[in-house]
Design a protein around this ligand. Structure first.
Ligand SMILES: [Fe+2]
Length: 483
């Protein structure tokens, strides 16, 4: 008997664009749920928390809505001794609190900045990414904002993390944690020169290093990478439309005349030590992982495929529009940068599949990883229709699963190592799945050794988890208040 959708499928009507209805529609309660219905068995050697961030506007938006506008909400599954607890809670950002006091949305969204406030044009919703660091979860926003520290068990917002003071004090989504050293490595980006700041924080949250990085102009990088000794920064040909920016509007352009540049900087290097490598023009939303191989720095990523005109040329306007609307057409891609010779090479690992939102064993961030776990991406809407396991050496898809490519909305999965991990892929892949045909919401756990067998545990939740953005896994030993 399918569980009924508890929340309205269009709580704000359908006048704010397509990202607020159906599987995207927000929920309005903050729940703690135990004794959930389980098919299969929750592994006993899976102890920790799967956390997923995403937009969930509390009040009706002003005008057109973009997914980056919605108040960040964390949905979490705590696995402990073969049992699971589900929780969800809004991130108490400064803007959430301001809305709470006023009882309404106090900002216009990123598509309507001309109508915005002069004191603070955009709401920093912290709704995009989440990572584990120094015992806490850290939530961050796409346009670079304030990092919010979250208790990974209770999901309470604990504090803001002001790692850097002065210019460049924001933090973009997709900062990286080196789980060997405990360091947090991140970048900030902004419209004025030098356009980027790169920083390293130690395992306790104390700033170790920060340096400005000069880019040729304002850019909208989304991700970065780290290796054991370097960080890889992105200078991609996506930037604000200059005229719109002068008018205070957020409109992006894709410039096919510019290369994609990847900058390799020593972990504690200065901005003038970045070595830039040029690649074919493209945007990159997400990096899988990076590492060093001899003289080479390797980056495995999902390359955004520019839209083409009938004559084969890149259609800049269409590409920019699709990037802005989060319509993904990406391929698994390998980038290699030779630090000795300066040679830059790139290779498409799988030309046939549109895959994105990658995960891997994040204990090996910055070190070689063979296995990546990605989602099949619907090219026309922010929807993930199934999971795939890839050999990132060969580009071979070694396993796949979907409960229904036409009906299912998967969350970004994350890899969770087994408690006594024996090999890189000894562990589990965890994801939320909303079936839009049966209206059943599940939390699913796969054996990472072979995801094609289907979930080893299906946990049914009596409520929908709206489609969202990024996820992470924090194992028990990484959580400050686990016991
Ligand atoms: Fe992202």
């Amino acid at each position: 008997m399918p569980l009924l959708l508890k929340d309205p499928a269009a709580p704000f009507g359908d006048v704010h664009g397509p990202m607020l209805t159906g599987p995207f529609a927000p929920v309005f309660d903050e729940a703690v749920m135990t004794d959930l219905q389980v098919e299969g068995k929750i592994p006993a050697d899976l102890n920790g928390v799967y956390l997923r961030n995403g937009p969930n506007p509390r009040y009706e938006p002003k005008g057109d809505y973009h997914a980056f506008d919605g108040d960040g909400m964390i949905h979490a599954a705590e696995f402990r001794n073969g049992k699971v607890t589900y929780r969800n809670k809004w991130i108490r950002t400064a803007d959430w609190i301001e809305d709470d006091i006023r009882g309404e949305e106090t900002h216009w969204g990123i598509m309507q900045t001309l109508k915005g406030r002069t004191d603070k044009v955009l709401a920093d919703t912290a709704n995009t990414d989440i990572i584990g660091h120094a015992g806490k979860a850290v939530a961050s926003w796409y346009l670079s904002g304030v990092p919010y520290l979250i208790d990974p068990i209770t999901l309470e917002t604990v504090a803001t993390a002001n790692y850097v003071s002065g210019p460049g004090n924001g933090m973009s989504a997709h900062s990286k944690v080196d789980e060997v050293t405990g360091e947090l490595i991140f970048f900030d980006y902004y419209d004025t020169a030098p356009h980027m700041t790169y920083s390293v924080v130690d395992k306790d949250g104390k700033l170790l290093h920060t340096t400005p990085v000069e880019l040729p102009g304002d850019r909208l990088p989304h991700d970065m990478g780290i290796t054991e000794h370097y960080s890889i920064l992105h200078d991609l040909p996506v930037y604000h439309d200059a005229e719109a920016l002068r008018a205070g509007r957020h409109k992006i352009r894709f410039d096919a005349s510019l290369p994609a540049r990847l900058g390799v900087i020593p972990r504690y290097g200065k901005g003038n030590e970045v070595r830039w490598f040029e690649f074919s023009s493209c945007f990159i939303y997400h990096v899988v992982n990076c590492w060093e191989e001899g003289d080479e720095v390797v980056m495995i990523a999902c390359r955004y495929m520019p839209s083409l005109k009938e004559n084969g040329e890149i259609d800049e306007a269409k590409t920019a529009k699709r990037i802005a609307q989060l319509q993904m057409d990406a391929r698994l891609w390998s980038y290699r940068m030779n630090m000795k010779t300066g040679e830059a090479t790139e290779e498409c690992l799988d030309p046939d599949r549109n895959v994105e939102f990658p995960t891997y064993d994040s204990a090996r961030t910055g070190r070689y990883t063979k296995w990546g776990y990605l989602v099949d991406h619907d090219p026309m809407v922010l929807r993930w229709t199934g999971l795939r396991k890839y050999n990132t050496d060969t580009g071979e898809c070694v396993g796949a699963w979907s409960d229904g490519q036409d009906d299912c909305w998967y969350s970004e999965p994350w890899f969770a190592p087994a408690d006594n991990q024996q090999s890189e892929d000894h562990g589990y892949v965890i994801t939320f799945v909303w079936n839009n045909k049966t209206h059943v919401q599940q939390l699913q756990v796969f054996d990472a050794l072979d995801i094609s067998k289907g979930p080893v545990a299906r946990i049914t939740l009596p409520r929908r988890v709206p489609s969202g953005f990024h996820a992470c896994w924090m194992k028990a030993s990484q959580i400050e208040n686990w016991d």
